[in-house]
Design a binder for this molecule. Structure first.
Ligand code: KG4
Ligand code: ZN
Length: 335
């Protein structure tokens, strides 16, 4: 079964075709980074308009790359939430229209479930059960994953998401948007010993996160200096280390608490090289295994939505005719 997946929840227009027998056939992404850069963050109305302009040509280009058939695909999946309502509506209405025109089943997918299942697109996918660290621009959570749809939240951010902390810190340092890759790049030249930033909430039991204290600490440090290039690199490095260390400590604690020996990292922050390296070393030390999607499937993409859609359809999910409801807020435990 071939599934067209559509992702428009935020600032990336993603589309892909996943075949349940042959795997991922084709995927493409149109990033809106240039569009939002001058505003220092995502402008929801501009995002929605750009999805409208970009999505159908993107789908057309995918269909041109696979052998022609009628209908062109056997099902359509789109991100139904959580995310920006206007942006989500573009993917949902286009997805629904295509499915109706082609007379094929359709399903709205949970964005974070898409992230969570993205490692399944790799050659050596993890096996259930596992613990998942979902770290994106809007969410930070540790989830115990018994099976598809069987999710228990072990801990989550009480304030900023990890990606949001990267984005805000980058803005503070004048590094621009999106903040994660900008901080990671600046940190390459930074001195890890220059500042000692806190590892929030690691001395308290539990698996929740909080990044606002760290953010304040960074702001106070930045304001105490007349920031030059080296100061920025040093702050970026020490901030990145603090976030990575905090996430690693919580991941190891989650493995211990659940008795699982496998952890999956997903979401945009999962593309962070230092986080990937650190977690690999630290999980190996305790005999556990860590799985990641390739970096381009950590950040938003259509492939994860096509895959999650195929899994959900196989489980009997699918929206009724003409339904294209979206939910800007939607808990992963309520799918
Ligand atoms: O999953 P994602 O693409 O979109 C959401 O669902 O939010 O995540 C985007 C977030 C942004 O906050 C971005 O700064 C962060 O992921 N990010 C990174 C890196 N690449 C993207 N954070 C740290 N290091 C990176 N290399
Ligand atoms: Zn995402």
């Amino acid at each position: 079964m071939r599934v067209l997946g559509i992702e428009t929840s935020c600032d990336d227009t993603g589309a892909a075709i996943y075949d349940t027998e042959q795997g991922l056939l084709v995927h493409r992404l149109a990033s809106q980074i240039k569009l939002h850069r001058e505003y220092g963050g995502v402008v929801p109305e501009l995002a929605a308009r750009d999805h409208i302009r970009t999505l159908l040509p993107l789908v057309d280009s995918l269909l041109a790359d696979i052998p022609a058939s009628s209908p062109p695909v056997d099902a359509v999946a789109w991100t139904a939430g959580p995310g920006l309502a206007g942006a989500l509506l573009v993917g949902a209405s286009v997805g629904r229209s295509l499915a109706d025109a082609w007379g094929v089943p359709a399903v709205g997918v949970h964005h974070m479930e898409g992230h969570l299942l993205a490692p399944m697109l790799e050659d050596e996918p993890p096996a259930f059960p596992f613990v998942a660290l979902l770290v994106s621009g809007g969410h930070s959570m540790l989830v115990d994953v018994a099976d598809v749809g069987d999710y228990r939240i072990l801990g989550q951010s009480l304030d900023d998401a990890a990606g949001e902390a990267f984005d805000k810190t980058a803005k503070l340092l004048g590094l621009g948007y999106p903040g994660g890759p900008a901080i990671a790049k600046a940190a390459l030249d930074g001195d890890p010993c220059r500042f000692e930033f806190p590892r929030p909430m690691v001395n308290r039991p539990g698996l929740d996160f909080s990044f606002s204290g760290l953010k304040t600490h960074v702001r106070t440090t930045a304001e105490s200096l007349e920031l030059n290039r080296q100061d920025i690199a040093d702050i970026a490095r020490c901030f990145e280390d603090a976030v990575v260390d905090t996430l690693c400590i919580k991941c190891l604690r989650a493995l211990k608490q659940t008795g699982r020996n496998c952890i999956v990292i997903a979401g945009g922050v999962g593309a962070n090289r230092r986080l990937r390296e650190q977690l690999r070393t630290r999980t190996e030390e305790i005999g556990a295994t860590v799985y990641y999607p390739r970096p381009e499937f950590c950040t938003d993409n259509g492939a994860m939505i096509a895959y999650a859609g195929s899994v959900r359809l196989a489980m009997g999910a699918g929206t009724a005719d003409s339904d294209f409801e979206v939910r800007s807020r939607w808990a992963i435990t309520e799918i």
